[in-house]
Ligand binder design. Structure first.
Ligand code: ASP
Ligand code: MG
Length: 422
């Protein structure tokens, strides 16, 4: 049997009826058995579900937002299916289930678990709609609940994979189906050992594709995007971008670490370990070659620009007239780890530790609370972190035009700048 191929379609590639028709065209001549299709929620659905959750958390009315979200899905279906199609009652069902979940009590304490029960509805809806549409186009496809495959721990919202159980599930449940039919499933969602829904972190559908690939010993993964492949900068922010024809796993992983949003940061490792190539291609120009990420002896070191928005700079000054030592850094990292906050940049001076972190609901408050006993804490919000890999130093001043620089860090191959609009 030929090796499994995995295609992942993100939110933008299923954002409306035209996009779904385009997805079907991409699959029409490529689909065969031993093929897995992973889909994300449609368009901005996940953000809208997050809005529903925050309304619920604040005791506000969410029924109007939920009605808008339902109408968004129904409208897509009206363009794709005849009136009497089974997809319409299916969508009604999903929204009844969603409301049933939303009627349960929520608090700051059960928020993460609650979040995971709600947020996966986006993927469930989208995978149903895409599956039904492909079937209506004569492509017979099986629908698979990803929560039966992706086994995780109970770390809600940031669940870690139980690789052994996931592999077992894939081999015993997915493989036999794949011998006969292509299978369509959801990205981003999983379940813990007691069956409670979990999620893998925002934008986690790419990671799902990689997990399934590793667990099925797949031949390749292709991520279909609205960009031509992996570029040396985000074309929505920077002009004159260059496409990488090929990238080494390590360089790609580094780019995602610094915040390149083209692929989810956790995607590369399982593929690199198993030597499975990752293609990043444009769903707008599916016949173009895009970028191939695999093992390369040598990579081009063209300057690469990565911008992370919504950053917080936290400055921690020791209060006991000592200097910064390892124990201080250890203390800070311990608190950050407890809150699942990742450091995007770290700088120390004689008496201060500066860290740059993503802005996340509740987290800053809690971090400050934990650290104020040991440090004098100050912070700035609403910042941007610009990372330049393989910098061409002449081009840096232009990047700072109109910005105030708060801190900057240079190493031979990397410049990091924390900036805000003047
Ligand atoms: N729908 C989820 C999100 O928007 C997962 C994904 O798109 O990869 O975060
Ligand atoms: Mg998405």
């Amino acid at each position: 049997m030929t090796k499994t191929q995995i295609y992942k379609f993100g939110g933008a590639s299923v954002k409306d009826a035209l996009a779904i028709q385009n997805l079907a065209e991409i699959l029409r001549n490529r689909l065969r058995n031993n093929f897995v299709i992973v889909v994300s929620a449609m368009g901005k659905t996940t953000n809208q579900l997050e809005t529903l959750l925050s309304l619920k958390l604040n005791g506000q009315e969410y029924s109007e937002n939920s009605a808008i979200l339902k109408e968004f899905h129904l409208e897509i279906c009206r363009a794709l299916f005849p009136d009497e199609h089974v997809i319409f009652p299916k969508i009604e069902n999903y929204f009844i289930l969603l409301h049933h979940e939303l009627n349960k009590p929520i608090s700051k304490h059960n928020y993460d678990e609650y979040y995971d029960r709600i947020i996966g509805f986006g993927e469930l809806l989208s995978s149903r709609i895409v599956m039904e549409f492909l079937c209506s186009q004569g492509m017979l496809i099986l629908w698979q609940d990803a929560r039966e495959l992706i086994s995780t721990d109970s770390d809600f919202r940031f669940a870690k994979i139980d690789w052994v159980r996931t592999r077992r599930n894939c081999q015993s449940q997915l493989k036999p189906k794949l011998e006969q039919f292509p299978v369509l499933t959801q990205g981003f969602i999983g379940a813990d050992s007691t069956g409670r829904p979990t999620t893998l972190g925002r934008e986690g559908s790419d990671f799902t594709a990689a997990i399934l690939a590793a667990s099925l010993d797949a031949g390749s993964v292709t991520i279909w995007k609205d960009v031509p492949g992996v570029l040396n900068a985000d074309p929505k922010i920077f002009k004159d971008t260059t496409l990488f024809q090929e990238l080494d796993y390590e360089q790609a992983a580094q780019m995602t670490f610094y915040g390149a949003s083209v692929i989810h940061p956790k995607t590369i490792k399982p593929l690199a370990n198993a030597g499975i190539p990752l293609f990043v291609k444009s769903f707008l120009n599916p016949n173009e070659s895009g970028t191939k990420i695999h093992s390369l002896a040598k990579t081009e070191s063209i300057p690469t620009f990565i911008l992370k928005k919504d950053q917080i700079l936290v400055s921690l000054k020791v209060t006991d007239f000592t200097f910064i030592e390892e124990k201080h850094i250890h203390l800070v990292y311990e608190q950050l780890q407890g809150l699942k906050l990742r450091v995007n940049m770290l700088q120390t001076s004689a008496i201060t530790i500066s860290i740059v972190i993503d802005s996340q609901l509740f987290k800053l408050e809690q971090l400050l609370e934990h650290l104020k006993g040991d440090f004098e804490v100050r912070y700035n919000e609403g910042l941007e972190l610009l990372t330049v890999l393989h910098p061409d130093h002449d081009t840096i001043p232009a990047l700072l035009d109109g910005f105030e620089v708060l801190i900057e860090q240079n190493t031979r191959n990397t410049i990091q700048i924390v900036r805000r609009v003047k």
